[in-house]
Design a protein around this ligand. Structure first.
Ligand code: TYD
Ligand code: MG
Length: 456
């Protein structure tokens, strides 16, 4: 005779779903207080739980067809570029970014373009009403043919509508506003975020329809929010930019079907986001010839060379400790470059505030921008401009040496294309040889020589 085992229970955190056999006052995972509640495990025990499900036989790699994933171009070329040429059927794509950066605008445009002339597209919004979406679409000059909007927050209702409509693409704006009946927590809680994302993933795989989800990143929630979802979804893109600058960068952070080296460059206009065909030209377009403290660097965004203007202002400090401010640049690189300038070149920066920034709301975090930053600081300090036809490239080491950077040729070609004539660069970069370039190359072993060559 068998006796029924008593139902097993665990204590689970209502915020993040962390489970413990005992009640806990504070969750060790997400640090919430008094969030533990008892619940049945729901898992079967014994043999039933371990019974094998249907299995998939292994296949020999050599006998798999070698074709690429089929892709559906969406028609917005900067967006398609970041995806790797278009969206892969059945994929789940997360588009993250700060609130107000333009995620909804971008996806409404993408949805309308994908809907034009083809099978319908479903745009689910838990943030805006259908009327608000209509107004936005009008403002963006989108006709809305084939674009179906649904102001809905229940994921089950979304799936039901999507199955009835048979769309070629589903957009869920945003993952923080939808909820699944399978979890009791409030929309936006970690359990709901994870549950909804996993259900959308399963749905996309089952239906073959690609799904885009929008995820807000907030200052407090950036780790707990979309970052938590990155390992579930197939593709993660982030839309970035400074709030008060019109440029936006769409950057690939993860892509199971392609490289993450591509960036898309957009400009926010009165009619929505417009792809920028010639970003280098755009980013240096407002540069004043002969400006003090301004140096152009051929930087690399993923695999794409972009010319950006680095500015610096050195100014006698009014406070006991001089301040260093970096906008769009790595603060630690600024500290390093300033320290090398004062220690190795004897530049008296101790009494100077230094403000450094990248023009256009871009962020440049590669060490290859060090030399441009150093020259900009010296230029400002001496009140002397660098020649307007000069670009500078190189990483600064602690002993004042210049270190080479990756993909020199592509950067030089971009600088040449935009009419620059000379490039200051590390001597070390030339050791491996450089293919022919129309730029005059000014190699320097160290920062001291580079400053002399650039500023006399
Ligand atoms: P939105 O797409 O709503 O941001 P998110 O979904 O990431 O929160 O964009 C909001 C901002 O974009 C808002 O401040 C106004 C601006 N905007 C334009 O400048 N032009 C436009 O055509 C649109 C639709 C929005
Ligand atoms: Mg939005």
């Amino acid at each position: 005779m068998t006796t029924a085992k008593p139902a097993r229970t665990v204590f689970a955190c209502s915020e993040c779903g962390y489970e413990s056999p005992k009640w806990l006052g504070r969750c060790p995972d997400c640090a919430s207080w008094n969030s533990f509640a008892e619940r049945a495990t729901g898992r079967g025990s014994g043999a039933a739980a371990r019974a094998p499900g249907p299995t998939v036989a292994p296949v020999e790699l050599a006998h798999l067809p070698a074709d690429d994933e089929p892709r559906l171009p969406l028609g917005l070329s900067e967006f398609d570029r970041v995806l790797g040429g278009g969206v892969v059927p059945a994929s789940l794509v997360l588009i993250g970014g700060d609130p107000g950066i333009g995620k909804s605008t971008l996806l409404l445009q993408v949805a309308a373009l994908a809907a034009g002339g083809r099978s319908p597209v479903l745009y689910v919004s838990g943030e805006e009403s259908a009327r608000q979406l209509k107004m936005r679409a009008q403002r963006l000059g989108l006709s809305g043919d084939g674009l179906f909007v649904q102001a809905e927050t229940s994921l089950d209702a979304v799936f039901a509508q999507a199955e009835a409509l048979g769309p070629s693409l589903v957009v869920v704006d945003s993952i923080q506003t939808v909820h699944s009946d399978a979890a009791a927590q409030a929309p936006g809680s970690l359990v709901q975020l994870r549950q909804c994302t996993m259900e959308l993933m399963r749905w996309a795989k089952g239906s073959g329809i690609p799904v885009f989800i929008v995820g807000h990143v907030t200052k407090e929630g950036d780790i707990a929010g979309p970052r938590l979802l990155e390992h579930i979804v197939d593709v993660v893109l982030y839309l970035e930019g400074e709030r008060f600058s019109s440029y936006r960068l769409l950057r690939g952070v993860k892509n199971r079907f392609g490289s993450i080296d591509e960036v898309g460059v957009f400009e926010m206009t009165g009619e929505g986001l417009r792809g920028v065909d010639n970003p280098s030209e755009a980013f240096i377009s407002e540069r004043a010839a002969g400006a003090v403290g301004s140096v152009v660097v051929p930087a690399l965004e993923g695999s794409r060379p972009l010319l950006v203007e680095v500015q610096a202002l050195a100014n006698p400090t009014a406070t006991p400790a001089p301040r260093r401010t970096a906008n769009g640049l790595d603060y630690n690189r600024l500290i390093l470059v300033a320290a090398v300038l004062s220690r190795r070149l004897g530049l008296p920066l101790a009494g100077q505030d230094i403000i450094a920034s990248v023009v256009g709301g871009l962020r440049v975090h590669e060490p290859g921008a060090d030399l441009a930053l150093a020259l900009a600081i010296v230029s400002s300090h001496r009140d002397k401009p660098v020649p307007p036809d000069l670009v500078a490239l190189g990483e600064v080491g602690l002993s004042g040496e210049l270190r080479s950077v990756a993909q020199l040729e592509r950067r030089l070609a971009e600088a040449e294309r935009l009419g620059f004539k000379r490039c200051l660069l590390p001597e070390a970069s030339l050791r491996r040889g450089v293919s022919r370039t129309g730029l005059e190359l000014l190699p320097a072993p160290g920062l001291r020589e580079a400053v002399r060559a650039g500023l006399g």
